[in-house]
Write a protein of this length. Sequence first.
Length: 275
Amino acid sequence: MSTYVIGDVQGCYAAFMQLLAAIGFDPRRDRLWLTGDLVNRGEDSLSVLRWCRRHEDSLVAVLGNHDLHLLAVAAGYVRPHRKDTLGPILEAPDRAELLGWLRQRPLVHREGDWLMVHAGLMPQWTADAALALGGELQAVLQGPDWRDFLRQMYGNEPRHWSEALTGMDRLRLIANACTRMRYLHPDGGMEFLHKCAPLDAPPGLIPWYDMPGRMSRDVRIAFGHWSTLGLMLRADVAALDTGCLWGGRLTALRLEDGRTFQVGCHARLQPGQHE
């Protein structure tokens, strides 16, 4: 049995199928971890969701910002963005089943020495704390008040973690850290404007994984979301969003031996439009 972690698919169904063929994925034997953003901006998000739901016993997928956006659009709380490609899902006869399945996905997944999240973890969070806090939001999304969360989800505040946070402020911060974060200010506050690679970032911004004193260094964290970062494999983190949408690659990392597999992608976005 092999476990493969795959970076952001974002509806690029053809590349997803090519990568599964390249790794020889067998759902009876192997497992997939998907770093979130299953949908949006690619050519066939509907087929990606249907494939994942059909093979749910063989995969773990965490929620990304585009997945949450789909749920909010479907609930009627925001309008689709100009570049969104969510229409076929919203018009599908199995829409309710697919959206219900997506809403059940976790924000954080951990097995042994590996933890998976779409974007990142606040520096004060241990791996166990991140799992528990992700579970708080997952419980809301799976419960009767899920629409209330989606209605109030958008916004950048609060930017600093405190255990004293409650209610929507607490849930919004958890969602933003797990699905949107790239950089932190030196005081630990999240910064959402810049999406560039660290070498191009303004002085003073710190990639979340390099924040001094980060409490989650006892696990290796697999994440996506940051396409300008590209493939980065370190002892403490594995960044796996390699820009499939804008003509980069779709990447899989095999956890058992650290081998990577990649397939090329057709550009769906132009450079500089990174999400």
